[in-house]
Design a protein around this ligand. Sequence first.
Ligand SMILES: [Mg+2]
Length: 376
Amino acid sequence: MPKVVSVETAVAPLQLEHGVGAVEGKWIVKTIDNVLVRVTTDDGITGTSYIWLPTARQTLETPETATIMIAERAVRSLAEQFVIGEDLFTTERIYTRINADAGHLGLGMVTKAHSAIDMAMWDAMGKVAGLPLYKMLGGHKEEVPVYSNELLMSTHLPPDELGEVARGLAAKGFRGLKLPFGVFKDVPVSLDVARIKAVREAIGPDVKIMLDTAARLPVDELIRRMRMIDDLDIAWVEDPVPADQIDNLRKIKSALKTPVATGEGVWGTRHFRRLFEANAVDIALFEPMRVGGITGCQKVAALASEFDVMITPHVYPDLGVQLIAGFSSGLMAEYLPWWSRLFKNPIEAHNGFVSARQTPGIGWEFRDEFFAKSAT
Ligand SMILES: [Mg+2]
């Protein structure tokens, strides 16, 4: 069996054309730092992955931030202690050991760093096995519907223009469009509602609308606003309140027709069980780098299928397609092209679907420049 002989890191900051994560009308995130990881085995097989770190910087200058340094150091330290010299096909053992030995540090960067290593190991395992990731996970389907999150960057537009942008995305074949609702303090409620209505009118009844409320409103105000658009056949309202407010999530679920989605901010896998047992969520959004990589995703997916809850990944478009194709509980993948510049072969949606890649591993190929300049 192949053994892991090295785990390298590289840093790839990206500048966004438009900002994201508005607070009181101002964009706060314009750059995203990415830490890339490459695992190599003794027979020369490599596996790659990345984790991302949103930053408050407005430009790519001075990328030597504390978060990058902590993330890289965490990856290398975990690799040295738990991974290098180990059999590649031991992701479950490594998951258990890191959670037992490093768990007292708390979730957070340890989980992110472990997730990066785990994803890269799964990529390498697929290459050794000669199988695409989705087949290793169960091969549930070949094609995955994707929704676009590109309207996130168009929210400054008046309703009629936003409707036109939405119509263009629907014409490209996207199966759903996500947009913010109740997020911007400087946007009157009437305008927020008019935007959603304009999008529904522009795209017709057959394309889904998802609303991301980013947990910005008190629960009763959230319900009041959602009732203004609850008849528009909204596919889900995302993060209506923080994911740990289980009673409020249940209150929202019983007050609205619109299904409730949450979970992108949840660290580890155990809180998903609490959400499912409390019947507090219709769709579980999971963030691969917060749940323990692909090993953690398997646990969330298995749990979700036991509770008849559907799951959908937070960003990670390329990996997300493989995950949703693999799992029976997989619903849709998110299409957001911010990370496309990292890859030689970013995924492309055709008529709203992405076919699961048949190449071994995750199938993503990072551009050569990143690891060429890395230190081991
Ligand atoms: Mg969200």
